[in-house]
Design a protein around this ligand. Sequence first.
Ligand code: GLN
Length: 533
Amino acid sequence: MVDTRYIFVTGGVTSSLGKGILASSLAKLLQARGYSVTLQKLDPYLNVDPGTLNPYEHGECFVTEDGAETDLDLGHYERFLNLPTSQANNVTTGKIYQTVISKERRGDYLGKTVQIIPHITDEIKRKVKYLGSKGKYDIVITEIGGTVGDIESLPYIEAVRQLKWEMGSKAIVIHLTLVPYLAATGELKTKPTQHSVKALLETGVQPDVLVLRTEHDIDDNIRAKVALFCNVAIEAVVQSVNVPSIYEVPIRMLEERLDVTVLKKLDLPVKEAIDLDSWNEFLYKLKHPANTVEIALVGKYVELHDAYKSISEALVHAGAANNTKVNLRWVHSESLTGSTVENKLEGANGILVAPGFGNRGIKGKLLAVQYARENNIPFFGICLGMQMAVIEFARNVMKLEDADSTEMNPKTSHPVIDLMEQQKEVIDFGGTMRLGAYDCRIVAKKSNVFNAYNKLTVRERHRHRFEFNNNYLSQFEKAGMKAVGINPETDLVEIMEIPSHKWFVGVQFHPEYRSTVLNPHPLFVDFVKNALS
Ligand code: GLN
């Protein structure tokens, strides 16, 4: 039986310091030293999952193999560790309360008053220990969303306090804070860090390691000062300076010996060998590209790049695989009209139409597809992007003028995209889409996708309610758009291509969720390759 160790990562001073990247980078180093590691995110909001959240609120919703709609940090975990996560890797306050309240309704608490302590905190602890109980992981790293001092994260911090007390040296806390630079006096300031550690101490939690986010190198004097005021050993005060790529953070943390400090604190042997060869090879390619390519990403949330995190990261991985720097041109779908489309998309080497829901920005997405199709520019349509490609083709090539998706126009006389049968009875919004991984059979060996995957059955993740309407399939195929990927059980169309076009691929699934640093997604790699040529 593995004697699992637990690392908790908390954040102080401000949000957006990059707890997810820090946790992923540490996990990467521990994995490279031979430990099996998983990462978990605790989110202090009341939504049961982020599936119902507007991307403006929360960035992208990441989907796991087993169909959980999760925080985008799980995407980082998978991209860094090259391992899938699952339902159990993301817990929200909504989920915790839902469990506790249904236990109360079942009578499980035997007449007791149900309270935040111990019932909510026990449930949090159970969810943390669950991952360790599987016997698979040497180390579980749990990231606590929000910032220390937030009212809503208090039960989580209390659960951490109790777990630390119970587990002794088998659990440690890493606190990530900010050391701001005051340009007026040319100084780095430690006071916010001191205050944030004080806030943590007030809840009974003594951090074991401090990671200081900074824009300038932190000297030994400042480290010593922070160590002294925060009761942390000086070698456990680590700096994390801004770097051009998130994928460099593990290397910076290695230089700071964060992994060694952590292993020692956890009483685990520090295996001398560290295997970061393929990671370093990726970084080398990332930093020394031989070519540049520009991809236009068309979506309605482009003001918030986090809304398309997995797509932009998949393009970084695919770029490196092609020794190419991928420059993204963020194009707001609402800014595309008949008179602007040429101007906005001209010169792009590839056009990607993003996933999405609802009517806003739809006209612009259709114009982007048309521009790519008519100008023979490599086109990649993902989920809603694929559905737009189908509608555009139906309207402009097959001359089915009011062809549409019933999501946008329930009264269309040509519902080329229609609600899936199983969705017709669905009332609740949360967690009810077709979610998670399903098989897709490639039915045409002469296709871009077979070329890219080089296999006949692939498995990809999904998040949708609507699908291609198979009643129109033969009409589409006659007109020159082919279904080249099909779900073997339901015949649902998974991939559409236009064989006469240079590279025109629409996928109903989300390949971006499966792309990792060490395993760039073949479709993204092939898209960038074709954009290059
Ligand atoms: N809104 C579309 C559907 O539900 C596409 C979803 C998506 O792009 N993820 O089918």
